[in-house]
Design a protein. Sequence first.
Length: 379
Amino acid sequence: MIENPFVVKGYAGKEFFCDREEETRKLVTRAIGGSDSSVISPRRFGKSGLVAHVLETIDNNYPDVDTLYTDIYATGSLNDLIDNLSSAILAKYPEKTPIGKRFWGFIKTIRPYLTFDQLTGAPQVHLDFVSSAQKESTLKSLFDFLDGCSRSPLVFAIDEFQQITEYPEENVEALLRTYTQNLHNIHFIFSGSKRRLMTAMFNDAKRPFYGSVESLFLGKLDRVVYGDFINSMFGKRDRLIDMDALDFILDWTNIHTYYTQRVCHNIFDTGIKHVTIDLAREVCNDILDQESFNYLQLREILPVQQWRFLIGLAKEETVTQITSNSFISKYKIGSAATSRLAAESLEDKELVLKTLSIDGSTYEVYDVFFSRWLERHCS
């Protein structure tokens, strides 16, 4: 049993999952209807939790449909991807099951060696290849195996899908698109947290995956709905949170899912039954103190102009005109060109979040705690 209801790592089930009803409905409907989807969001908005929730919803409501999930963030090559997919298949279909026996018979022909994750005990497959052609053939065979191993449709979620653009091998996108587009029994959910890479992959007409999915862009949770959820989580465990404390938490964390969860998680861990605004502020201050060393390290490695740019964003909270004279002069950034370059570099480093809308672009510090630390300590 989970004692702290504010989950900050992984997915703990629908009881601890807030809202996303419309997003869940869309993704489930598309998957069951035979369409592929992409889910794109900033980091720590709850993307992976949403995908896990969607797969659980399918498992609970569509017994004739199988689901499979893998996270490829740690992969750095086509070889790693093949190992990752093989391990995910083996974890889903253990060797003693009919499909597992068939898969193990198939994989043995490639001379695998098996290790076990030290934390989870899950089997991890490693394969050696003598040529690029063998890698590509094996990758195709993996998808073909999944497509034909069962009469049941399979919804396959591949998290951090943008990682394939970082591989040293050429034409990985084209290979995957070629191998997946004619599968009859598998429907994909491709999710990723590097929005620029993911958006380009699926929306650039020159890229292989162009037009192949229905995209879903994940935004912030509704303030009222999230507030009700937080209040309920405390209330169900005989805790009371004052309304001004709740408003402070939502304002201070900008309703950015991970940071809101982290603050509530730490408040809950205090064991105090009555959550006041003073307690909420104390917990937030403690978090900033804990993270201070990491932020000081960033100051040591970032160029001065980029550091000043971050201070400007933190002080203003959001900025739309990063090249305006008032912003540049106020925070001593230098010039419009310097400000643009700082924004691009910091966005690549995932220190700045750029949000697009009909009205234009807005910029803010990606890490909410870092933003609050800058706001407090830097002038």
